[in-house]
Design a protein around this ligand. Sequence first.
Ligand code: NAP
Length: 232
Amino acid sequence: MADSRVVLITGANKGIGFETARQLAARGWHVAIGARKAVAGQAAVAAITKTGGSASFLEMDVARSESIEAAATAFGRQFTRLNVLINNAGIYPDEGISILTISRPQLTDTFQTNTFGPILVSQAFVPYLRHGGRIINVSSGYGQLDGLSPDVPSYCLSKLALNGVTLMLSKALGPDAITVNSMCPGWVRTDMGGPNAARSVEQGADTAVWLAAEAPGDITGKFFRDRKEIPW
Ligand code: NAP
């Protein structure tokens, strides 16, 4: 493990997060599988190690600060450095609810996971990211200014704000040569995207894998889909 690059992916027990982990492990990376449920996280680790990949489980609920702090401490017992952090964990809880009726608790819940989670996870793991480290925030076209839907209100707003987080972290971490970018996976066949989505998980993970492993190291503060920059 000493020579391999290390990536931490939140919400990596299934969906796009797991597929991103699988692809990076296949390239020889060590993958720290962040998951809030131990059984699911350990099953994801087993699926990767069974095929020869290197992976470990890190229990982390991104909606809970104590859980993030405990995860950072546990990570530090095993690793001295992190090459890439992928803030992937997300919820999509309010399709069909109107901006005219959504409640404060629903808004708060969605932001706790989709927006505040990535801020707090980044704060906790930046000390492990060195010169050349990368943070990738898995956002959505629903967070684009012209993608905001009044019938998916908390999700859209949480991803719009996540893109703001990308811009701010990018500026704050520029002096340390740590890059921060947002990406949209497209509409992907996962538990979140549903069976009718246009894209496979392999396609959905592609841009995150590219940003982690192949994108030029000086790109920061941008938003990508299909490996191309897209408007905020
Ligand atoms: P998914 O299959 O529902 O997976 C979501 C992952 O996030 C799961 O591992 C889930 O864990 C985890 N998660 C949720 N809340 C968490 C928390 N508080 N702490 C830790 N983990 C948590 O969804 P997906 O389609 O792979 O989505 C991954 C990312 O892509 C999300 O950020 C999503 O917004 C974004 N995205 C997806 C699509 C799409 O069409 N699928 C489109 C645009 C953007 P559990 O198993 O414990 O619930």
